[in-house]
Design a protein around this ligand. Structure first.
Ligand SMILES: CC/C=C\C/C=C\C/C=C\C/C=C/C(=O)SCCNC(=O)CCNC(=O)[C@H](O)C(C)(C)COP(=O)(O)OP(=O)(O)OC[C@H]1O[C@@H](n2cnc3c(N)ncnc32)[C@H](O)[C@@H]1OP(=O)(O)O
Length: 282
């Protein structure tokens, strides 16, 4: 069954109402161009857009609001021209409160499901590094344009974390089964050129302006197309993955909690955090 389908009858409402959501200190800011109906959603959590519970809650809320406002497309990007998103906030995993840890993982599942399952077209404008959860956000979008000289990949295993099945699936869909298996297990981070070669991103750009033009070009390819046929096809392809994730979500949360509470993992995390700081001080 289709979860959400673009409803052409709601189009007239969209043409009348155009939104610019969120205040300047918001974790996520959204601007909608009233000529094109395209929304630019900017992640705004300095310094590196790490995914705290609050940031993920805002992402889900934003996507839900956009779904209701009938925009025609969305570009997801970062306030920083150095880091698109640094993945899960590591501090959420250091000696955590168990209820909050469960909420963090549940919200990551929700973030994946809502971004992956939008009826409107989505492009990730990857204007900085995108490790782990950052790569996840990009993978949820239909199309990825990446600026040169950054890194992207699912490096979870390098941190001692298992990549959950629903995220493995998205990686498989993007780069193929064989490559996904190898690179999820190894935790490979790709530079922009290699990410393009392997199909993890669709286009490269020298800088932000060019990346935005390429992103808009992708969205424009749907201008003359029936929004119904477009979104129905997308959701028929993606809904089963979302339903599968939802069926297994409780076990998935408990696996994550077990993984994070393991003392080897906690010790490894301390070393990893220190290595980030040492790198910075070099
Ligand atoms: C079946 C289920 C079972 C189990 C499931 C288990 C796991 C789930 C798997 C997948 C889900 C996703 C997991 C994750 O996302 S884990 C997080 C992975 N992220 C990283 O490894 C990135 C680490 N960061 C970096 O490599 C660099 O910071 C980066 C390249 C992003 C940017 O470098 P830059 O030089 O620009 O900045 P830094 O000086 O390094 O950082 C500034 C500041 O920010 C702090 N920082 C960086 N990343 C994070 C983060 N992810 N969380 C929290 N804080 C972060 C960094 O320490 C600096 O802080 P400070 O020294 O205080 O200024």
């Amino acid at each position: 069954m289709l979860r959400k389908i673009f409803n052409p009858a709601r189009l007239s409402r969209f043409q009348r109402t155009m939104v610019t959501v969120s205040s300047s200190d918001a974790l996520v800011s959204t601007e909608v161009d009233d000529k094109t109906g395209y929304a630019t959603v900017t992640l705004n959590r300095a310094p590196v857009n790490s995914l705290s519970l609050e940031l993920m809650t805002e992402i889900v809320k934003t996507v839900d609001e956009l779904e209701r406002s009938n925009i025609r497309g969305m570009v997801l990007t970062s306030f920083s021209n150095k880091v698109f998103c640094a993945g899960l906030d590591i501090m959420e995993m250091v000696n955590p409160d168990l209820d909050r840890l469960r909420a963090v993982w549940t919200r990551l599942q929700d973030t994946w499901a809502s971004l992956y399952g939008t009826s409107f077209p989505t492009v990730a404008l990857i204007n900085g590094h995108a490790p782990a959860g950052g790569c996840l956000l990009a993978l949820c979008c239909e199309y990825r344009v990446m600026c040169n000289n950054f890194n992207i990949g699912l490096n979870e295993t390098q941190l001692g974390l298992a990549v959950p099945p629903w995220l493995q699936g998205t990686m498989r869909q993007t780069i193929g089964t064989r490559e996904a298996e190898i690179h999820c297990i190894k935790g490979t981070m790709f530079n922009s050129q290699d990410a393009l070669k392997i199909g993890l991103v669709d286009e490269l750009a020298a800088e932000n302006g060019e990346a935005m033009q390429r992103a808009l070009h992708y969205l424009n390819t749907f201008k003359q197309m029936s929004p119904y046929a477009r979104s129905a096809t997308k959701l028929l392809m993606r809904n089963k993955d979302i339903e599968d994730m939802k069926r297994g979500r409780k076990e998935d949360v408990e696996r994550f909690v077990e993984n994070v509470m393991n003392s080897d993992f906690q010790n490894g995390l301390t070393v990893y955090l220190q290595s980030l700081k040492n790198r910075k001080n070099k």
